[in-house]
Every structure is written in C-alpha cells, then in structure tokens.
Design a protein around this ligand. Structure first.
Ligand SMILES: Nc1ncnc2c1ncn2[C@@H]1O[C@H](COP(=O)(O)OP(=O)(O)OP(=O)(O)O)[C@@H](O)[C@H]1O
Length: 260
C-alpha cells in the first residue's frame, strides 16, 4: 500500500508561483485524474509528485519519506512518470524503447530477465504497440509514439504511475483502451494519477478528480461532486451541461463565459 502526499506544497517556476499551498493525499488502488484550465499547474503538480521539482515550500512524501530524498533508482522503481508530449531521441526499435522502462531494475534491453521480458511484452500488449515492435521509434505517428512511451512507463511495473495527458494524442479506440488499462492498473493495486482535458472521459474512468485552478486546489472528490455547472463555470469559465447517462456522467461545454 502506497500513500503519496503533498503537504502545503508551493512551487515557483522562475518568478511565477505555479502552485500555492496544495494539500493532497493519494492511495494505492485508486485512479485519480487531475483537471484544470491551461496553466493551472497540473503538470507542475504531477512533476512535483514525481520528485522532479524542488518545492518553494511544503513537501511531497511517499509513505512518509520525502520523494526528493529518495535515491534516483529507488524513486524510478517506485514512481513511473510519463511526460507530456514526450519524444524519442534515438532510432531504437520500439521494443527496446519499451525495455528502457526496466532500467530502474538494472535491466538493459539486451539483458532482460524473465520478469523483465514478460513486463515488456505485457506493456506492449496493453498499449497496443506490438504491430510495430521492430520499427524505429523515431518513425512513428504522434499517437503511436505516445503509446510506446506509455508502454515504457508500464514496463517499469512501478506501484505509482503518474501520466501527463496520456490520451491527448490518441484516437477514440486507443483512448478508451488506454484508460481501461490505467483503471485496470489501479484495480490491480497501483496508484495511478493522470492529467486529462476530456472531462466526460475523466468522469467515466476516474475514482477521484483533482481540480486545479491558478495554482490552487479547488476540489478533490468523486467526479459527480466536482463536475457541477457551478464549479465548471468558476474554474474553466464555461457554461456546461452535466447529465447522467448510461455510460456515465456526460459533460458538454456549451459556451465560454465572459472573463470575470
Ligand atoms: N519554465 C517555466 N518558467 C516560468 N513559468 C513557467 C514555466 N513552466 C510553466 N510555467 C508557468 O507555470 C504555470 C503552470 O504551468 P503548468 O505547465 O503546470 O500548467 P498546466 O496546468 O499543466 O497547463 P496545460 O493544460 O496548458 O498543460 C503556467 O502559468 C505556466 O505559464
């Protein structure tokens, strides 16, 4: 059981305060989705949870231990982080890029053990990248590359998976497949925290929603409590229609509201 906690977390980027006094706690077995307008601080929060940003104040702890103090290899085994719009610098075959997810375990693409090989194959199946496993990862479409990088993160089999817009580049079928995979990871005991802009899909898949606006935590609650017309107007500046359909909550953004 993992517990990832941000306590009174404030982050400065250059001269800007990107996060102010955020208090949050996440636990294993949950799929949490962070939402909020552009510039709200979502990526900054996720990077902080991964221990990649030094707080101006407050701290992030994993099971009580500040993530900033974990050794790099221990942190990489505990927390898999999928960056927004990640790229691939070298023309490695897709299978080898996915295998890089095993580096925190001391395994290289050419020295995978039995568990490592299985993790790589499972991750490639989950992200549906087996059809192009032998192609250079630099010669893929944006959505294909996004799935390869997700597979690399899955291959680590970390108990915590942090994913920055994992479905932004995906077609509807792969969007659903990947969200089912992330939810399944949580059901199998992982803590999964992802950033998303599609509120209807966030409502359908997430156990809990974190709503950020202008660097501040506005809500952390089940989807139906966060996706109300009032909260959507206040944070996103939209008038929205929210309805309960058989597939789950549907959020239709109807029109932008005049700026307050
Ligand atoms: N390197 C930087 N230096 C200074 N300010 C930055 C830097 N990177 C981001 N910011 C600012 O920090 C704030 C939070 O950025 P962040 O990337 O966390 O937002 P976000 O909610 O993830 O946005 P988006 O939905 O557009 O991805 C924004 O106001 C942004 O302009």
């Amino acid at each position: 059981m993992k517990r990832l906690v941000a306590r009174s977390l404030s982050i400065d980027l250059g001269s800007r305060r990107a996060l102010s006094g955020v208090d949050l706690a996440f636990e294993s077995g949950r799929f949490a989705v962070i939402v909020g307008p552009n510039g709200a601080g979502k990526t900054t929060l996720l990077r902080s949870l991964a221990g990649l940003v030094t707080p101006a104040a407050g701290a992030v702890t994993l099971d009580g231990e500040p993530v900033a103090r974990l050794r790099a290899a221990d942190r990489a085994r505990a927390i898999a982080y999928l960056a927004q719009n990640g790229g691939v610098a070298w023309p490695l075959p897709v299978r080898d890029v996915v295998a890089l997810g095993r580096l925190p375990h001391g395994e290289r693409p050419d020295s995978l053990g039995g568990a490592g090989s299985r993790a790589v194959e499972d991750a490639m199946a989950a992200a549906d990248v087996r059809d192009f496993a032998d192609r250079p990862a630099t010669e893929l479409s944006g959505g294909e590359r996004a799935r390869v990088l997700l597979a690399r993160a899955l291959a680590t089999k970390a108990p915590v998976l942090l994913a920055d817009e994992p479905v932004a580049a995906l077609d509807p079928r792969h969007e659903l497949m990947v969200l089912e995979v992330l939810r399944a990871q949580a059901r199998a005991g992982a803590l999964v925290v992802a950033i998303m802009h599609n509120l209807t899909l966030a409502a359908r898949f997430a156990d809990e929603i974190v709503l950020l606006d202008r660097g501040r935590l506005q809500a952390h609650a089940p989807p139906a409590e966060v996706f109300t017309p009032e909260k959507l107007a206040a944070s996103f500046g939209i008038s929205a229609h929210v309805s309960q359909e058989t597939g789950g909550l549907v959020v239709v953004a109807e029109s932008p509201l005049p700026q307050a």
